[in-house]
Write a protein that binds this ligand. Structure first.
Ligand SMILES: NC(=O)c1ccc[n+]([C@@H]2O[C@H](COP(=O)([O-])OP(=O)(O)OC[C@H]3O[C@@H](n4cnc5c(N)ncnc54)[C@H](OP(=O)(O)O)[C@@H]3O)[C@@H](O)[C@H]2O)c1
Length: 285
């Protein structure tokens, strides 16, 4: 689905602003700037810099406590609003039908924007998540968000959701990197036309000095961060590297001038060790 919807272009032909079609035909740029912990002036400047050098996709959440500065950075940028793809998320304490609608309006208010491109359920909160999904469907139909999706959903959460959903989620945003290669979940999602968004693709920096990863980086004369981002793209995810450092923000977009060979992709796949650097949804009922 991912390859075909990119007009059969080869990965090396892609550029920073390359997009893929979501299941509702909305286009999403393949790389998004993660913004967890990018708050205040640092968050504002990170987003301004990213947009200036060509990022067109920004990922935030109510929980990151930075919607005000991120909305401001988007509004202050030279790009028209429709050129930027913005995601925000419903936090756990705001689940339930009416609460979700109110939380969404509060997010829009903080962002100072008229719509978001993608609204996600941040976490599958037991008992309330189906009511929240119905609220997201209404927000989508009202045109307040151009697409809706979920995050941290395992297969059983998706099965439950798909039984009642009138709108199929466009993405499932989960932790995804070679040390946590969730192939089965991805295959399941692909069958349902749900794309994976890879969060913590840089393992929060934890594995950037891993010797086998460094060996591969050396071979391609790239940084280990660039190898991880490129692996996510070649494994057909939408990737969300976070940085508030201007050099790193630039470095993280310089991943379209090389391609990891099939053999090296397999070597990277074999790094999998079920290692999580963020929270673990596998035991969430
Ligand atoms: N839906 C969810 O539940 C969920 C959970 C976690 C994350 N997310 C989203 O995914 C985004 C990314 O995940 P993450 O923030 O957990 O971690 P990440 O992107 O894996 O790693 C971020 C860390 O890597 C460093 N870094 C970035 N680029 C680098 C480079 N080129 N060289 C060396 N270090 C580099 C950053 O430091 P500097 O800032 O100093 O560059 C930061 O410490 C989040 O920001 C958020 O938007 C979503």
């Amino acid at each position: 689905m991912y390859r075909k919807s990119m007009d059969d272009r080869e990965m090396t032909d892609l550029a920073l602003q390359s997009t893929v079609d979501l299941n509702n035909r909305v286009k999403i740029p393949l790389i998004g700037l993660g913004t967890y912990l990018s708050t205040g002036d640092r968050g504002y400047r990170a987003v301004r810099h990213a947009i200036k050098i060509g990022y067109r996709h920004i990922d935030t959440a109510m929980m990151y406590d930075n919607e005000v500065e991120i909305g401001m950075a988007i509004r202050d940028s030279d790009e028209p609003r429709e050129e930027i793809f913005l995601t925000t998320k419903l936090w756990n304490s705001d689940h339930g039908f009416e609460q979700t609608k109110a939380a969404f309006d509060a997010s829009l208010e903080r962002l100072g924007l008229e719509y978001v491109d993608l609204y996600l359920i941040h976490w599958p909160v037991q008992g309330l998540r189906l009511d929240s999904w119905r609220a997201l469907e209404e927000l989508y139909k009202e045109g307040k968000c151009r697409s809706i999706g979920v995050s941290n959903y395992m297969e059983r959460h998706l099965e439950e959701l798909l039984k009642i959903a009138k709108v199929v989620p466009v993405v499932n945003q989960v932790e995804f990197h070679p040390y946590l290669y969730l192939k089965e979940l991805q295959d399941y999602c692909m069958k349902k036309k749900i794309l994976i968004q890879a969060y913590s693709p840089l393992t929060k920096g934890r594995m950037l000095n891993d010797p086998p990863l460094k060996d591969i980086a050396k071979k391609y004369q790239k940084s280990t961060a660039q190898i991880l981002i490129r692996w996510c793209l070649q494994r057909e995810t939408i990737v969300l590297p976070k940085s508030a450092n201007h050099n790193n923000i630039t470095e993280n977009m310089e991943i379209y001038d090389f391609e990891i060979s099939k053999e090296d992709m397999k070597t990277l796949d074999a790094f999998h060790r079920n290692m999580r650097v963020t929270w673990d949804p596998t035991t969430q009922p």
